[in-house]
Design a protein around this ligand. Structure first.
Ligand code: ATP
Ligand code: MG
Length: 405
């Protein structure tokens, strides 16, 4: 599905379709309003552009032709959108529709075509077949292309909604899913390999807005992991909108744990401490879930017993969207999202400095809790939170709301 650049009219109108949301009958207005807001955020710097509801669709009007491609590219990263078409809007009268169809296809080269009519309401003096026939012969007049309903080179869509007709010559797919923030908020444990960024993206796609937290090893390590975390957050912000990233210096906590607790539980105890920091952030930012990039069996800490021992420290549901993904699938998705080339850069793991020689793969929750008794956990948490730094990461298109300026 692509749109020939010549098929963008002088005064383009965008029609945005969203299936899954439309199905949620009772909540439809709620989802549509969030989607509309998420779209409007990406139009603030586009002169004239306005987004409006229209019966199971959103319509963007007032665009200049030269802005259409930019807007389409941004909208392809808005979760909740199934597809976007660009075309012309006219009154739902046959002569106007015919003229608009001719203008739309005039500069296109094609040997076969089909008209795809659709009426949102049944109260018009013409049927879908009438539209197909009349608009089809109008297209034939200017192109002399043949009609092919099964495998046409060009499809001319005509949608009649609330007295208006929209004509367009192609659609581009949106990412699907649910609009960001329609499912509430989560705190994503944001390491900088392939997994955590893909996991965050997957949950955004299911409508979570996210607060990111990255644990780094500075000053013992250099700042490579923090720079990666910022760059990855920026890629996600293009999909999510403005996003917050909290940076936590973790090496002191690791040092304390590695001195005070049995070596084989170290990795699990580090993760439990990360969970507790994430709990605090979740309370503070009104999040209701924690998100990790764990994948079953991928590394020693990701066995079922270890996941249970780590989750024991979480105060919210731990969402692991990659639990059943292979590494290859995760890497392919990272490429699609745009995080791959950043994730692949080298960095020092916070953990590596204090990494255990032997890793427990079947930790028992009671043993792990007992191992933790040597720690003053509230004090450690206070120390970790005291030096937390929170940054706001903006996508390229971000323009502050007039109200927030
Ligand atoms: P990734 O590829 O996402 O960096 P990984 O495959 O190296 O992760 P682990 O190191 O076992 O896996 O970590 C499992 C999960 O725990 C990560 O996906 C992330 O959600 C969380 N996590 C681990 N280390 C950190 C960290 N330094 N900062 C934030 N979260 C972390
Ligand atoms: Mg990691």
């Amino acid at each position: 599905m692509t749109i020939p650049p010549n098929a963008i009219p002088q005064k383009p109108v965008l029609i945005i379709h969203f299936h899954e949301i439309a199905l949620k009958r009772g909540n439809q207005a709620y989802f549509e309003n969030i989607l509309k807001r998420n779209i409007a955020q990406r139009l603030r710097d586009i002169p004239g552009a306005r987004v409006r509801h229209m019966r199971n669709r959103l319509v963007v009007r007032g665009l200049r032709r030269e802005d259409a491609a930019t807007v389409m590219a941004r909208l392809q990263k808005v979760f909740g959108i199934v597809n976007i078409s660009v075309g012309a809007e006219v009154d739902a009268e046959m002569e106007a529709m015919k003229a608009a169809a001719q203008a739309l296809v005039q500069s296109l080269i094609f040997e076969s075509f089909a008209v795809r009519p659709k009426r949102a309401e049944k109260r018009y003096p013409f049927t879908s077949q009438d539209i197909g026939r009349e608009v089809g012969s109008a297209v034939w007049e200017v192109s002399h292309a043949r009609v092919d309903l099964t495998n046409p080179e060009l499809e001319v869509f005509v949608e009649v909604v609330q007295g208006r007709a929209y004509l367009f010559a192609g659609k581009v797919p949106g990412p699907g899913g649910l609009p960001v923030s329609s499912s509430g908020r989560g705190v994503a444990l944001f390491s900088v390999g392939f997994d955590a960024p893909v996991a965050a993206w997957r949950m955004m796609k299911r409508g979570l807005s996210l607060h990111l937290v990255h644990f780094h090893g500075q000053p013992q390590t250099d700042d490579a992991s923090v720079r990666k975390a910022r760059a990855l957050a920026k890629v996600l912000a293009e999909w999510h909108g403005r996003i917050k990233l909290t940076l936590i210096a973790f090496s002191q906590a690791q040092e304390i744990i590695s001195v005070a607790c049995p070596e084989r539980y170290r990795t699990i105890l580090y993760r439990r401490m990360m969970m507790r920091v994430a709990n605090k952030l979740a309370w503070k930012h009104r999040a209701r879930a924690l998100v990790t990039g764990e994948s079953l069996g991928q590394v020693a800490s990701q066995t079922l017993p270890n996941m249970a021992a780590i989750e024991d420290a979480a105060a919210f549901p731990v969402l692991r969207p990659l639990i059943a993904f292979d590494k290859q699938e995760i890497i392919a998705e990272a490429q699609h999202i745009g995080t791959h080339d950043i994730s692949i850069l080298p960095h020092d793991e916070a953990c590596i400095l204090f990494q255990p020689r032997r890793v427990e793969t079947a930790a028992k929750i009671e043993d792990v809790r007992a191992a933790e008794e040597a720690l003053d956990i509230p004090w450690m948490l206070d120390q970790l939170m005291k030096d937390a730094e929170t940054e706001v990461i903006y996508p390229d298109w971000w323009v502050d709301d007039v109200d927030n300026r």
